[in-house]
Design a protein around this ligand. Sequence first.
Ligand SMILES: Nc1ncnc2c1ncn2[C@@H]1O[C@H](COP(=O)(O)OP(=O)(O)OP(=O)(O)O)[C@@H](O)[C@H]1O
Length: 242
Amino acid sequence: MTGAKAAPIFCAENLSLDLGGREVLRRIGFKLGAGEVLGIIGPNGAGKTSLLEILSGRYQPKTGKVVYKGRDITRLPLFERARMGLGRTYQTPIVCEDLTVGETFKAARQAYKPYLTRFDAEYGANLVQFRTPQDRPNSQLKTFERRKLLLANLLMRRPEVLLMDEPAAGLINAEIDEIDQILRMLSKEMNMAVLIVEHRMELLDSIADRVIVMDAGEIIAEGKLADIIDSPAVRAAYFEAH
Ligand SMILES: Nc1ncnc2c1ncn2[C@@H]1O[C@H](COP(=O)(O)OP(=O)(O)OP(=O)(O)O)[C@@H](O)[C@H]1O
């Protein structure tokens, strides 16, 4: 069973957030099922990244809850959420420039206990078809290789929920197609729940089961991308000045 019909594994309930004395998120809620891909779109400043920060544990909300597998994890720090199976990726794929690919895998294997094996590292690399030689310095990696390296490092811990901030940023079309295939496989074959903040409509159109549109800190539309993208509320958010 896939999509919205699956039991939710990850939920946001009534999340609000103040930053710099201003309310940047208001009453945000959604449910994410195992095997489901939920896209989040919205104009600049809508609050998408702030929401990811709450979901992954960097920000504490003013109100509301983050629930993972039925457990309230709102107060748990980032690393504890990671241990429980929540993976987060960032818009900019930052790797340690002084390490090689092999050293990066080793550091990821030993990031926290239980330490993972080379077999786990190979498993992660195979999932994203990362074929760059182990002795290659990270400083020589292109954006796509950096993204894949970080994703492989994440996947070797076998997360059940992925929170992704613009996984297609800085990629060319052929690379976006590959990311599309990888995300499809992770969600539909491996049953991971995937939440993606993404500006590339073509990627979301292809893989998102459902999309949430945010504007000025609120959810203004939700549904299949094709059904909501031309709605008056969404058009107003994108094309009318606030
Ligand atoms: N640390 C901060 N202090 C004060 N205001 C902030 C802070 N971080 C973000 N904001 C404000 O919160 C609002 C939401 O920002 P956020 O980065 O979450 O939006 P976004 O939808 O991710 O935008 P973008 O698509 O440009 O990345 C914006 O108005 C932003 O200026």
